[in-house]
Every structure is written in structure tokens, then in C-alpha cells.
Design a binder for this molecule. Sequence first.
Ligand SMILES: [Cu+2]
Length: 473
Amino acid sequence: MVTQCPICPGGRYTYRYNVTGQEGTLWWHAHSSMLRATVHGAIVIRPRNGDHGYPFPKPHKEEIIMLGEWWNRNVFDLARKAFLAGTLVDPADAYTINGMPGDLHRCSSSRTFKLKVQSNRTYLLRIINAAVNTPMFFKIAGHSFTVVGADASYTTPYETDVVVVSPGQTVDALMVAGERASQRYYMVASPYNSAHPDVPFREGAATAVVEYAAAGAPRTRARRRPLFGPMPPFNDTATAHRFFTSLTALLRPGHPTVPLAVDTRMFVTVGLGLAACRPEQTRCMQQGVAASMNNASFELPTAMSLLEAHFRNVTAGVYTRDFPDQPPLEFNYAKPPSSMDATTAKSTKVRTVRYNATVEVVLQNTGLLARESHPMHLHGHNFFVLAQGFGNFRRDAAVARYNLVNPQERNTLAVPPGGWAVIRFVANNPGMWIMHCHFDAHLPIGLAMAFEVLDGPTPETALPPPPADLPQC
Ligand SMILES: [Cu+2]
């Protein structure tokens, strides 16, 4: 209901999009209930001249590593149960690597993803966090990585033994198979939870196995337990923050970096709150958990998609253009007083921006119900991440820390828990673009807003008419 009505069962819709200016790993997924848990896949955008076009030495091989979550129950029923009661969706029962929880779980002992490598070769791992609600730490025992890309934008090579990916994010990392070939090594994805104990959470880890091809290796090798490296504790915000703030963009000729002049400045609070139960929420007691941006809890329209209403210029009953540039109330966002009212209300507000405007958004997490690192994802654009920090944003102190030289370019940013982040983007893609938390526990309860980007002056910079097979409501 943002760019189109849902594709009905048996229906079809052809997407076309232009990947110019992006190389690396993206992913596609359903945005319907919690069906994203299973309806998703990888998109790899390779350089025009193949793997010789990388801005790093050509890897021997590429591997997609998709991290996910597994529920024993039907995810549709879980989402429905949470909606009716006005509660958060139950945490996953297990985590997965390429669809399998790994041999620490008995059910998966004979079905575990194996990465087969040859000694001293370099592998390009395309790591995607396709989990529904959980940021992940990712490590391979005995090995380290050189991060070369994030969200399909190249980064300055960054050496690390741990990769951190929040839902919606991707990381491209090189790994040299430089360890003893007689040993096997666990690849581990374990949860990072910044909200515990206020929000329910599943401990555990998913594993896969890195196996060296070694001619004439003894058969017993296969039965020896793989090496397991220590993982960060689930609440290790310091490790997550170090990873998230250490990435910078790889400057390349012909690829512009962050614009210095800003047209539109916004300060937007993101977090959890409470909203009055609706009549259809039959098991909800007065107030249910809700989420909001600038205290507006986003609700999808039902009559028509946002984009269709925008194109036809019939906004009445679909959306309003009054998404605020500031929260309605200034308070101690990171540590609100316990008496603070956490009530929010449902609405469908968008922020209208003119074509090619440079927009700067300060995202500030609130601790009203629980502070938490929300992975904020913007559709239709990449943004530059200028600075991140903890506590309340203070412009004077923060501006001095802005990276205006080579800030990382992303489409999903994990705002530090009880902290803030500053992003900047050029609104050069006409249409309706949602910005939302990539936890599916938070998106349907309102942690979203939309940018309405107006047409530019030429046919090429204007929104094209809908295609013939646009799904009808
Ligand atoms: Cu969230």
C-alpha cells in the first residue's frame, strides 16, 4: 500500500528498476505480515566488466550467506495473535544460516550449510541479514574479514574478525582461507539484542561449517568437531557500535559523495509507545504496544496506495502532508522520566520534498517503553551516515564530528540504542518512499513515515505512469 496494492494470490506484477551506480549485495522480500520470514532472496549487482571490475583483488569465489530466523509455528498466525492482543510478535525459535540452524540443533545435524574452501584462496562473502527482528554478530572461527561493501556501496577496506548486520543490511567481506586445512571451522551467527530485558528475546546461535579441500586428508577429519570461536555476548553494544561506526565509503572518481548544502533539516524521534486498542483488536486491553516517528504512528492506507494517490493527486482519505520536522514535545529522549506519557496516535503522514532537495535527518531513539537499536531503512535512495552517538543529540557537539569527507553510504542504519544518528540524502527519485524500522515486529505497529518526492522539471525526472499490470486493490 505504499507503491502498489498487494499482488493477489495467483496474480503477477513485473518490476523494473535501474541498478546504475550500485554494485554489491541487496535483497528483495515480501512486506506482508511476517511472510518476509520465508519470502525473500538475494540480489547481487556485479561490476560491468565482471569480477575484474572490483575495486579489490578478484576473489576466487563468491558465496551468499543469508542469515535468518525460524519459527516452529506459522508466522502468519503469530503476527495475527500479536495484532489481536496489541503485543509484540513472539521471538524466533531459532536462527539460521542459508535456511538451516546448524548442527548445534539436533534437527539440523545432517543438514548444515557447508562452505568448502581451498587453502590460501580468497572468498567474497555476501552476508545478508534476512532475519525478521534480530540484528546478528557473524564470525568464522580462526578467520578474519576485510569488509569491502555494505548495502551495495563499496567501503574503504576494513579489517575485522566480527561482522555486525542488522535486518535489512548487507555486508560484502573478503575472507582468506589461510588456516590449517586439517581442521574444520564453525561459521556462527548469534543475536545482538540491545533492548533486553524489556523486550522478549531468544538466545542461541546458528552455525555452518567451513571445510578445507585437502587432498589425501584422513577420513576421521570429517568426524572431528569444528573449531568454535568465542562470540560477543548478546548485549555487546560496544562491539556493534565499533563495527557500525568504523565503515567509511570508498571514494571513486565519478561517484559523488555527500552534498555539503542542506535544503531540509528534520529531527525525528524513533521508538516504541502505546496506542489505544482498536475494536478489531479483540484481545487488547485498553492500550496496545505501538511505535512511532515524531510521535506519529504510521498506518497504511486501505483505499489506495500512497503512490497511486500521489500520482492521481487525490490525497483525501489516503494521506496527509503534515509529517512534522520536530517531535511535538522536547524531553530527555534517551532517558525519559518514568511519568512521561508514551501515548501515540495512528495516522498516515508524509513529508513532501521537492525534487533534488538535500535532506538531513537526525534519528533519535527514545526510551519511552524500551530503548533499542532500530534498523532504519529508506526506500528509493541511499543515504550518507554523517555521525552516530549515544544519549541525546546535541547539534553543536555533533556537527564537529560529522564525516563530510567519506561517510558510509547505506540504505539501512542501525540507530544506536538510546542514541542518535545523522543521515543525509538527495531526493532525486520522484515518488513515494517509506522510511521504516526493518524489524517486522515494529513496522506494522507504526515505526514508519514516507517521503513524497515531487517531480523534477523534465520527463526523465518525473514519475512515469503506472505500468499496465499494476495490481488493483
Ligand atoms: Cu524497530
